[in-house]
Design a protein around this ligand. Structure first.
Ligand code: ATP
Length: 238
């Protein structure tokens, strides 16, 4: 399998605590990979290491064939953090057009991104006046506007109603079908089934790297939340 991301023996310490323990995994190209785990398990830390903004203690992270954080990767990766990174005093469209301009892209690319996240009706609204979920989507529009090869999304569906969540997941799969690799974190297990592949982490350790069906088969559990609990139990008895 062709991998967009290869992580080997990654060790990260934050504060004085080790939060990732020699973690190794891969993320295939052109698929939607979910990074699932409870709050505090290390998802954001792992995403930060992939994007190249996390100081690491040990191990290697290779992204699109280059070391994470290296200059050629900057334009090839879109990153959406949990805190929306958009300008409150600009409208949705102005934000997207600004990010498009940074990538040398025309205003139409910005409008397409705003449409893809379902914000066309709010495009003229100041970001500071949007709801939390709308602000998240404005942030997402700015992350996808540069048509990155790799899109790293930290809990992009938090605060969204079920209809919007379903639409966004359809957008993710649509992007993947056009060749974008997506790595999407969530702590909501019902989103796990929407991913092509899953990385399950707990307390900074990888406990599964498989397809949803592979995890169901390995644990004899149809429900992925139950499967996750089964993997934890198996780990405790190993
Ligand atoms: N700046 C920091 N300084 C010290 N410790 C930190 C810092 N940021 C995070 N941590 C710790 O690192 C661990 C992993 O945090 P991380 O944010 O990666 O988890 P997460 O799985 O993304 O959680 P959530 O789902 O709540 O966002 C946690 O124990 C957290 O308290």
């Amino acid at each position: 399998m062709d991998h967009a991301i290869e992580i080997n023996g990654l060790v990260v310490e934050r504060g004085r605590r080790r939060v990732l323990h020699e973690l190794s995994c891969t993320v295939p190209r052109g698929l939607v990979t979910g990074l699932l785990g409870p709050s505090g398990s290390g998802k954001t830390t792992l995403l930060r290491a992939v994007v190249g903004v996390q100081v690491v203690t040990g191990g290697t992270v290779s992204v699109l064939g280059a070391p994470a954080g290296s200059a050629p990767l900057r334009r090839r990766i879109g990153y959406m953090t949990q805190a929306p990174s958009v300008y409150a005093d600009l409208t949705v469209r102005e934000n997207a057009r600004y990010f498009a301009a940074l990538h040398g892209l025309p205003a139409t690319a910005a409008d397409d991104a705003v449409g893809a996240v379902g914000l066309t009706d709010a495009r003229g609204q100041l970001v500071g006046t949007l709801s939390g979920g709308q602000r998240n989507r404005a942030s997402l529009a700015c992350a996808i506007v540069g048509r990155p090869d790799l899109l790293v999304l930290d809990e992009p569906t938090v605060g969204l109603d079920p209809v919007l969540r379903t639409e966004l997941w359809a957008t993710f799969h649509d992007m993947a079908s056009r060749g974008t690799t997506l790595l999407v974190s969530s702590h909501v297990m019902d989103e796990a089934g929407r991913c092509d592949r899953l990385l399950l982490i707990r307390e900074g350790r990888l406990i599964a790297d498989d397809t949803p069906d592979g995890i169901r088969a390995a644990t004899a559990q149809h429900d992925l939340e139950a499967a996750f609990l089964e993997l934890i139990r198996e780990g405790a008895h190993a």
